[in-house]
Design a protein around this ligand. Structure first.
Ligand code: NAI
Ligand code: MG
Length: 358
């Protein structure tokens, strides 16, 4: 049988992004060698990021999206360095790809790993496992607004940052969340807004949620305000299964979730174009961590778990399960990186995960 080839664009970008993408690629090399499926990951690496910006004045090539369009997936590191303002680096690369390729569903599992101490005492004796589904195409990150309207002069500047909510955008992410909930043991969707204070966009969100849930009578639901949901993450996390929220709210909640699971370094993420008209992008949730970049201690688990999400997107569930099981075996054995209270450098941890695969 001919080998199935998957064409993957790697964009390591900045800081520890380069280190964790290298680790993830090593794990996927090992998957390729050890899989029962005949497969071949065909990599193309792109040099885009803050260094590229310094050299060229843009974060990615002008025709970057055209160069990426025909790949089966994008494997991304992290973007952000002190040489480029954060809003330029983020909009010039990561958001340009997410929005340009209509990757409207951002799936961010909150995974509690064995052998990793959670700051939540509840985690010691309760099964905790939920997933944040983030609307990834509009909301607070729509990029609509402006500064210094009417040239009011020094010290009197004004800025508008407008959130965009469309019925189509709300409905598709909610249906995605409900379909995901149906695949889980605990069939429940929690919808998050701040509709008491934000009476237009977020009330539209609530209205759409009330309409969509009628199509999923087999799934439990709740609507929770985002501040209360932050408390619920800490106090009643066992009640969560799928949490669907707008771009900003889900961004914040997913960092909280991964911190509760032990560290930002273990959080994985999939930016999906569910219609598969464009490539989807897989990346750890964390940023470029300039404070530890180059020291060899970055936790690669978030990036490696994101590689597993990419394999699921390819339909390679058995291989994705093998990666997840390898991560679990390694943390359970106490091989932990510094951010999880251990001493294992990036390379040691990556090699331990690879050893579990073969
Ligand atoms: P960050 O996620 O880079 O770091 C926050 C803290 O967590 C730091 O103390 C860092 O050392 C630690 N940390 C993060 N990932 C880790 C890992 N894998 N292993 C061990 N420790 C880890 O967030 P920060 O500091 O707010 O932002 C740094 C830069 O990254 C900024 O330029 C920001 O714009 C960018 N950023 C990019 C993102 C992306 O590309 N998706 C997401 C978040 C931030
Ligand atoms: Mg974030």
């Amino acid at each position: 049988m001919a080998k199935q080839t998957y064409r993957i664009a790697a964009i390591p970008a900045d800081g520890i992004g380069t280190e964790v993408v290298a680790a993830g690629r090593r794990v996927l090399d090992a998957v390729e060698r050890t899989s029962v499926t005949e497969l071949n990951f065909d990599w193309t690496e792109f040099p885009w990021g803050s260094q590229y910006y310094t050299e060229t004045g843009t974060m990615m090539a002008d025709d970057g999206l055209d160069q990426l369009r025909d790949f089966d997936a994008i494997y991304f590191g992290a973007v952000g360095w002190h040489t480029v303002p954060d809003h330029i680096s983020l909009w010039g690369l990561r958001l340009a790809i997410c929005q340009g390729f209509d990757q409207w569903a951002n799936v961010r599992p909150v995974t509690f790993l064995p052998g990793v101490q959670s700051p939540l005492r509840k985690a010691d004796h309760t099964e905790l496992d939920w997933v944040v589904v983030r609307e990834n195409s509009e909301g607070e990150y729509a990029g609509i607004g402006g500064r210094n309207l009417g040239a009011r002069g020094r010290g009197s500047e004004v800025a508008l940052q407008t959130a965009l909510f469309t019925e189509v955008g709300c409905e598709r992410i909610m249906r995605f969340a409900f379909e995901l909930a149906r695949t889980r043991t605990h069939k429940k969707v929690s919808s998050v807004t701040k509709s008491n204070a934000q009476q237009y966009g977020m009330v539209l969100w609530d209205d759409v949620f009330k309409r969509v849930l009628l199509d999923y009578p087999d799934v439990d639901t709740e609507s929770v305000l985002v501040d209360a949901m932050a408390a619920k993450f800490v106090l009643q996390p066992e009640e969560l299964s799928v949490v669907v929220a707008s771009n900003l709210n889900a961004d914040i909640l997913s960092d909280l979730g991964s911190a509760l699971a032990g560290s930002l370094g273990i959080a994985s993420s999939a930016n999906l174009n569910p219609e598969r008209r464009y490539p989807s992008m897989f990346e750890p949730v964390h940023g470029s961590a300039p404070d530890i970049a180059g020291t060899g201690v970055a936790n690669p688990i978030g990036a490696i778990a994101s590689a597993a999400l990419m394999l699921r997107h390819f339909g390679l569930d058995d291989d994705a399960d093998r990666i997840d099981a390898a991560i679990n075996a390694v943390t359970e054995a106490g091989v932990l990186p510094r951010d999880l209270g251990g001493f294992a450098p990036t390379d040691t941890l990556t090699e331990a995960i690879i050893a579990q695969l073969s």
